[in-house]
Design a protein around this ligand. Structure first.
Ligand code: SAM
Ligand code: SF4
Ligand code: SF4
Length: 336
């Protein structure tokens, strides 16, 4: 089994299929920095579906069992369902999921289901239109995302996960609304601490509404009890309402880091592999894939990369915060 320097296996591959997005979330692609002139990855530099399949096949050989398709907004990548069909046919893949902002689901949900996608995660930060508009940086109503969720239900997706990033004094007052809305609908809301991914979102510790605060806010109104993790590398702390109506998750990357069990590898749209969400650089495998000299060896590059991995950024975040800021990959380039 391929293990990194901290004895962690490689199990989970997140494939970002585009760096483009139809939203401009303030914490991910603030519109002041991603205006009309921003240069996204040109089409010829994007990995083709065949190239993604080839890389995935090698990674499956070394332990990957779960795939998440992400972005940018993955539903903006042309024929994304064709990639999902290819991946769903690979042997030993137990789980294929996709994270989306939900806006295009009314037209895409059925295609995604038919292509073999197992699970969907849909991001929704507030049910208050004014808050949602300011957080998404676009004229997005809560109803447009709820319509996407309904389309996903109609297409046959169950136990949909709802991702809600909480920022202090921005949408912390939306926690109860969201929790109540989804409580009896069979979906799992995952409240996420605002993370210092990348260098563009003006993150500060004071903006983090912590996991404990999220728990206390919900527990005061709708009592919760803890659940055990489903598997070792699960990122969300699991809770269930004491009336057993639903489960929720809290992702506490800032205040309760989970690097010890991190088995996730991320592939960027232009073919770089990143061993951590907060990495400064990635391993360029597109150049090996497209090298016609026959000198490059994709499999040994991948093995080398993982066996040299020692990332544990969230565990050492506090020690690095006061030092000069280092360059980090942006969230829209590698997905969540
Ligand atoms: N566009 C899709 C979406 O929004 O669901 C997929 C990509 S998005 C980068 C994946 C997830 O990362 C979303 O749920 C988003 O809310 C979350 N996210 C983005 N920036 C974040 C940050 N700074 N802290 C915490 N979560 C973040
Ligand atoms: Fe787009 Fe998702 Fe980033 Fe929002 S979080 S800007 S929807 S990629
Ligand atoms: Fe994994 Fe890096 Fe996040 Fe730690 S900080 S859990 S190593 S992605």
């Amino acid at each position: 089994m391929l293990l990194d320097r901290l004895n962690r296996p490689i199990e989970d591959l997140r494939i970002s299929v585009t760096d483009r997005c139809n939203f401009r979330c303030t914490y991910c692609m603030p519109h002041e920095k991603f205006g009309h002139k921003y240069q996204f990855t040109p089409k010829e530099n994007l990995l083709s579906f065949e190239e993604i399949e080839k890389i995935t096949n090698i990674l499956v050989k070394h332990g990957v069992r779960k795939i998440r398709i992400t972005g940018g907004e993955p539903l903006l990548r042309n024929n994304i369902d064709a990639l999902i069909s290819k991946i769903s046919r690979l042997k030993n893949i137990n789980d294929i999921s996709l994270t989306t902002n939900g806006f295009l689901l009314p037209v895409m949900a059925k295609k995604l289901r038919d292509s073999g996608l197992h699970r969907l995660t849909i991001s929704l930060d507030s049910l208050d239109d004014e808050v949602l508009k300011s957080m998404t940086g676009r004229n997005i109503t809560a109803q447009s995302i709820l319509s996407g969720i309904s389309a996903a239900e109609q297409a046959g997706f169950t136990q949909i996960k709802i991702n809600t990033v909480i920022q202090r004094n921005v949408n912390d007052h939306s926690i109860i609304d969201i929790a109540k809305h989804f409580k009896n609908r069979g979906h799992i809301v995952r409240f996420i601490e605002y993370m210092d991914v990348g260098n563009l979102n003006d993150w500060g510790k004071s903006k983090v509404f912590t996991a404990d605060e999220i728990f206390n806010t919900i527990n005061a109104v709708m009592p919760l009890k803890k659940l055990t993790p489903n598997y070792k590398s699960e990122v969300a702390l699991r809770y269930q309402y004491t009336d057993q109506s639903a489960e929720i998750g809290i992702i506490a990357s800032v205040t309760k880091p989970f690097c010890g069990n991190c088995s996730r590898l991320r592939l960027s749209p232009e073919g770089k592999l990143f061993t951590c969400l907060f990495a400064s650089s990635g391993t360029d495998i597109r150049s090996i894939l497209r090298d016609t000299s026959g000198k490059g060896n994709l499999e040994s590059a991948i093995k080398n990369m993982w066996s040299n991995r020692s990332d544990r950024y969230s565990e050492i975040r506090n020690k690095t915060l006061n030092k000069s800021p280092r360059k980090k990959i942006e969230m829209f380039q590698i997905g969540g």
